[in-house]
Design a protein around this ligand. Structure first.
Ligand code: BG6
Length: 491
C-alpha cells in the first residue's frame, strides 16, 4: 500500500450513483476526519457547468440522500470547497488537457479515478487520461459494474483498461463487498473456532442465498431490459457472497490470499447445460400485483412492450470440489418480492444418530429433533441466528426437544455505530490502494464463464421467464426447484 491519493476524479459525476452514494460517502468520510484537509474532488460529466453550479447540485443531493441528522452546514461548506467540476467528453483531447491542468502539481501525491459511466466509455476515458499524462504509477482506476454482458465482452472491457493500467492499479467495484455484513462473513467463518470444522459437505445439507428487493424497474428501463436479474445481481453480488461462503480459508487477510481462494471457488462452479437449466434454474418476470400493500404494475407495462428479460431468477448450483461435493447452493433474487430481504441460510444435516427416538423427527412418535440452521441476515436487519435443539422443560418420561434461537443482533450489539454506506469503505480502500474488497479480473471472468453457461442453456432450451404476480417470491417453479430436493426456502 502507498500513500492515500490526494485527488479523486469521478466520471459520471452527475449520475444517479454519484448523487445517491458516492458524494454522500465522501461527505461522511470528511465528516469523520478520514480525508486530508487539502483533498481535491473533481467531478466530470459531459455537460458544461461552473464549479459553483456543480457544488449546488451536490449540496442538494446531500440534503436529499443523507439522513437529516447527518447533514451539517459547516461540514457541507468544507466539503464544497474541495469540489471542482470539469466537463469532459470521451475523445475530446482539449478537455482532457484542461482537466490535467486542474490536477497539475498534485499528480505525484496520487490520483484515484472512479468510472461511474456506461462501460462503453471506460476504455476511451482511460485513453484520454493517458494522452493527457494523467496515468502514473500512483494513479488508480475504479470501475463500476457492469463489466461486460458476457465473458467475451468483459474481456474487451478489461483489455481496454488493462493495456493502460496494471492489475494492481485496477479496482473493480462490487458494492456488496463494501457492506459490513458481507465482510462479517469472513469474521464469522475465520474468527470463530466452531464453524469452520463443520463448514463442508459432511455437516452441511445445503446453502441458500436470497437477495429479495421490493422495487421494480425504477426508471432504469434502458439499462435493465436485455440485462435481467441473472446478469444484474447473480453475476456479481450473489456470486461474490457465494465465493466467500464456499472458499477455502485464506492464509491471511490480504488482497492476493483472499482473492486467490475466491477465484478457486468460482472456478469450481459446475457449468449448466441446456439439459440442466430445465431442472436447476427458474426465470420469472413480474406482472401486476401488490407489494407491501401498494398496487403495482407489471414489468411489461412499465416497459411499454413485452420482453423476455427475467426480473427473478432461482438457481441450484454446485461447487464441484472436495469440500462441497453434493451440497446444493440455492440462489434466488428478484424484483417486486414481498419484502426487501437478503440472507444466507446454512442448513446443517441431521445428527447422525438420534438417542431421543427412533426417527428423531417431528411427527408421530417423533421427538421434534430438527437439524440446525444458521441464518445470516444481511439486510435490512443484520443478525446471525442459530437454531439449536433444547429440551422442552417438563416431567414427561420421553424427552421432547424444541428449537430455540441463539440470536445475535449485530444492529443491537453495535447500536452506537453509524451504519455506513458500502461505498464509504470502498472509496477509503481505493484511496489507500487496498484491493482486498475489489474484484480481480480472473474472478470476473470465472463469474461470467458460469453465467454464460446458464444463458447459453436458456437459449438452447428456449427457456422464457414465467410470470409471477408482484409481491410473491417468484413463480411457483422456484418453490418446486428446492422442494423437489426435500428442502424449502427460508422465508
Ligand atoms: C445493483 C443492481 O447492483 O444492486 C440493482 O444493479 C439493485 O438492480 C442493487 O437494485 C441492489 O443493491 P442493494 O445494496 O440495495 O441491495
Amino acid at each position: 500500500m502507498t500513500e492515500p491519493s490526494a485527488t479523486f476524479l469521478l466520471f459520471g459525476a452527475t449520475g444517479d450513483l454519484a448523487r445517491r452514494m458516492i458524494f454522500p460517502s465522501l461527505y461522511n468520510l470528511l465528516s469523520d476526519g478520514l480525508l486530508p484537509d487539502d483533498f481535491l474532488i473533481i467531478g466530470s460529466a459531459r455537460s458544461d457547468m461552473t464549479d459553483d453550479a456543480f457544488r449546488a447540485e451536490i449540496d442538494a443531493a446531500l440534503r436529499q440522500f443523507l439522513p437529516a441528522d447527518r447533514y451539517d452546514a459547516d461540514i457541507a461548506t468544507r466539503f464544497a470547497a474541495m469540489i471542482r467540476y470539469q466537463a469532459v467528453e470521451a475523445g475530446n483531447a482539449g478537455q482532457f488537457a484542461t482537466l490535467a491542468d486542474r490536477i497539475d502539481g498534485r499528480l505525484e501525491r496520487g490520483l484515484s479515478v472512479y468510472l461511474s459511466t456506461p462501460p462503453s466509455l471506460f476504455a476511451p476515458t482511460a485513453q484520454g487520461l493517458s494522452d493527457a499524462g494523467l496515468i502514473t504509477p500512483t494513479t488508480r482506476i475504479a470501475m463500476e459494474k457492469p463489466i461486460g454482458k458476457d465473458l467475451v465482452s468483459s474481456r474487451q472491457v478489461n483489455d481496454g483498461i488493462g493495456h493502460l493500467f496494471v492489475e494492481e492499479q485496477i479496482f473493480r467495484v462490487d458494492h456488496y463487498l463494501g457492506k459490513e455484513t458481507v465482510q462479517n462473513l469472513l469474521a464469522l467463518r475465520f474468527g470463530n473456532v466452531m464453524f469452520e470444522p463443520l463448514w463442508n459437505a459432511t455437516a452441511i445439507d445445503h446453502v441458500q442465498i436470497t437477495v429479495g428487493e421490493t422495487v421494480g424497474l425504477e426508471g432504469r428501463v434502458s439499462y435493465y431490459d436485455g440485462v435481467g436479474a441473472l446478469r444484474d445481481m447473480v453475476q456479481n453480488h450473489m456470486l461474490q457472497i457465494l465465493s466467500i461462503i464456499a472458499m477455502e480459508p485464506p492464509a491471511r487477510m490480504d488482497p492476493t490470499a483472499v482473492r486467490d481462494e475466491k477465484v478457486k471457488a468460482l472456478r469450481s462452479l459446475r457449468a449448466m447445460t441446456a439439459e440442466t437449466v430445465k431442472s436447476h434454474s427458474v426465470r420469472g418476470q413480474y406482472t401486476p400485483g401488490a407489494v407491501q400493500g401498494q398496487i403495482v404494475t407489471g414489468y411489461a407495462d412499465e416497459l411499454g412492450q413485452s420482453s423476455d428479460t427475467e426480473t427473478f431468477v432461482a438457481l441450484k448450483a454446485f461447487v464441484d470440489n472436495w469440500r462441497w461435493q453434493g451440497v446444493p447452493f440455492y440462489l434466488r433474487t428478484g424484483k417486486r418480492m414481498p419484502t426487501r430481504q437478503s440472507e444466507i441460510v446454512i442448513q446443517f444435516k441431521p445428527v447422525r444418530h438420534s438417542i431421543f427416538g427412533r426417527d428423531g423427527q417431528h411427527g408421530a412418535g417423533g421427538t421434534g429433533l430438527e437439524p440446525n440452521t444458521l441464518v445470516i441476515r444481511l439486510q435490512p436487519e443484520e443478525y446471525i441466528r442459530l437454531q439449536i435443539m433444547t429440551k422442552r422443560p417438563g416431567l414427561e418420561r420421553q424427552v421432547h426437544l424444541e428449537e430455540v434461537t441463539l440470536d445475535v443482533s449485530l444492529t443491537a450489539a453495535f447500536a452506537g455505530q453509524r451504519r455506513r454506506i458500502a461505498y464509504e469503505r470502498l472509496i477509503l480502500d481505493l484511496l489507500a490502494g487496498d484491493q482486498t474488497l475489489f474484484v480481480r479480473r480472473d474472478e470476473v471472468e470465472a463469474q461470467w464463464a458460469w453465467i454464460d453457461s446458464i444463458i447459453d442453456g436458456w437459449k438452447e432450451a428456449h427457456m422464457k421467464p414465467a410470470a409471477y404476480s408482484s409481491g410473491n417470491w417468484g413463480p411457483s417453479a422456484a418453490i418446486a426447484l428446492i422442494e423437489r430436493d426435500g428442502a424449502s426456502w427460508h422465508d
